[in-house]
Design a protein around this ligand. Structure first.
Ligand code: AHR
Length: 499
């Protein structure tokens, strides 16, 4: 059997974990909103029309923050369309996703849903086709208590108390040629700076996220971050990263090595932040918001057919990836990578939450169920609180089509406030690995629990009729930390404590 060795020490610390790394995203896209979170005709709908079966799954995921309302959608969106009496709201064409948006669910409704879901809103403003003034207006409308035209309009529209939205995205993927109102780095850096400045003048308690490159493979990646940050460094708090992976070539080993790229992406953007910090001789550190990450490829062909056959319909079933077991392993690896970069990554949003490349699926009028990728996020969001520890891991490495020196085992560890240690580990190979964990300075800890996500079939999925086909299961805990077993192709959550 393969062997691996891990050293954990309470003095080897990366950083306290910001719980916002367990965030998600809901865009007015496909069936995320309509027949996703909102379906007034559904048997489980509450009096506002929100599906309570979906709410329960979201609550069980413990999502601390949800980015909204887009995505590409936001670059054609007028926030004013989404407030006031529903019957007066305009129906608009959404040019980003070729659908029709009725604006039935808007800012007030979404904030109400967020309260029920026990989460916070991360709101994106349109800096593609709108400007600085509209951006500061929506901050005033949402967060100013009362006594101004916009805050009193909110009260008149039914929300006496401010929404108190603390986190704001300055547009979306502004470098992408597909983006409505796409900009050059300099143009965007300037508008991001001015928008953030004015939004903070309207409410100085908010934080803002500037758009990094829409993906690492953009030809302008790097140069974009440098130029944008050069313009807005002093007035923003985070820069965004977006990253999706897919197993389009049917090469699972290569697919599961994708987090080598993610880690390098995070380090590279961090290095650019520090370069701009150095150039400006600034004392301020900039942090990262990985506010779109996931697996995304299963639905690509079906979407092209939908556009041909049903363009401009409402709630088109777009981006409905059905996730399999190997996708869940990659999500586990992505979460491990995020945790190991807890000193830099303060926000991360799985894109998205319901139906659209999502951990939760629904059928209109029917059930709601958890996809395979739901489980690693749920487990890390439940247990990954405290301080991220620096795991010192000795494991064999292998090469894949696009990556070299890929560790067989990848891991992150968290020291909880109560002194428990939780290890998240993936064995990405087809052979079992015996793991010897040396917990040195942690005295008297024993293995309390070991949960494993594994399926013999990498392509196994959960469906409405078989929702628990791929779920984590507890196995008998090893007698001690030196004798752990990481089964082939598995996601593992191992808790150590004194209990
Ligand atoms: O999450 C789906 C889309 O992916 C978002 O709208 C966009 O920001 C990204 O390209």
């Amino acid at each position: 059997m393969k062997q691996a060795k891990l050293i954990l020490d309470k003095d080897y610390r990366i950083a306290p974990i910001d719980k916002r790394i367990y965030g998600s995203f809901i865009e007015h896209l496909g069936r995320a909103v309509y027949t996703g979170i909102y379906e007034p005709e559904h048997p489980s709908a509450d009096k506002e029309g929100f599906r309570t079966d979906v709410l329960r799954l979201v609550q069980e995921l413990r999502v601390p923050v949800v980015r909204y309302p887009g995505g590409n959608f936001v670059s054609g969106f007028r926030w004013e369309d989404s407030v006031g009496p529903v019957e007066n709201r305009p129906t608009r064409l959404d040019l980003a996703w070729k659908t029709t948006e009725p604006n039935t669910v808007g800012l007030h409704e979404f904030c109400s849903w967020a309260k029920k879901a026990d989460t916070n809103v991360m709101y994106a403003v349109n800096l593609g086709t709108r400007g600085v003034m509209e951006a500061r207006d929506v901050v005033e409308y949402s967060n100013h208590p009362k006594g101004s035209y916009l805050s009193d309009l909110r009260r008149k529209n039914g929300a006496e108390d401010p929404f108190g939205i603390k986190l704001w995205c300055l547009g979306n993927e502004m470098d992408g040629p597909w983006q409505m109102g796409a900009k050059t780095a300099y143009e965007y850096g300037r508008i991001a700076n001015e928008a953030s400045k004015m939004m903070k003048m309207a409410d100085d308690t908010i934080e803002t996220v500037a758009c990094g490159s829409s993906t690492r493979v953009m030809p302008t990646f790097g140069e974009w971050e440098y130029t944008v940050l050069n313009e807005c460094y002093d007035n923003i708090d985070y820069v965004s990263l977006h990253r999706y992976y897919g197993n389009s070539f049917g090469d699972t080993d290569d697919f599961l090595a994708s987090t080598v790229d993610l880690e390098d992406f995070i380090h590279t953007v961090g290095a650019i932040c520090d370069t701009v910090k150095g150039k400006k001789n600034s004392k301020k550190n900039l942090y990262l918001s990985l506010d779109e990450y996931n697996v995304w490829y299963h639905s690509n062909n079906a979407d092209q057919t939908l556009y041909k056959e049903r363009a401009w319909d409402r709630a088109l079933p777009l981006l409905e990836d059905v996730y399999n077991f190997e996708d869940a392993l990659l999500i586990g690896l992505m979460l491990i990578t995020i945790l190991r970069n807890a000193d830099r990554v303060k926000i991360a949003c799985m894109a998205q939450l319901v139906n659209v490349i999502a951990p939760i699926m629904t059928r209109p009028g029917g059930g709601a169920w958890a996809q395979t990728i739901y489980y690693p996020l749920q487990q890390v969001a439940a247990l990954g609180h405290g301080v991220a520890l620096q795991p010192v891991l000795q494991t064999e490495k292998h090469d894949t089509a696009h990556f070299t020196d890929v560790p067989d085992v990848d891991a992150a560890a968290v020291l909880g406030e109560d002194g428990t240690v939780t290890l998240f580990a993936v064995n990405r190979t087809g052979e079992d690995v015996a793991l010897n964990a040396d917990l040195r300075a942690f005295e008297g800890l024993r293995v309390l629990r070991h949960s494993v996500l594994h399926h013999e079939d990498n392509k196994a999925v959960n469906t409405e009729l078989a929702p628990f086909n791929v779920v984590p299961r507890d196995i008998a805990p090893a007698k001690d930390a030196q004798n752990l077993l990481l089964g082939k192709m598995s996601w593992n959550v191992i808790q150590f404590g004194k209990g």
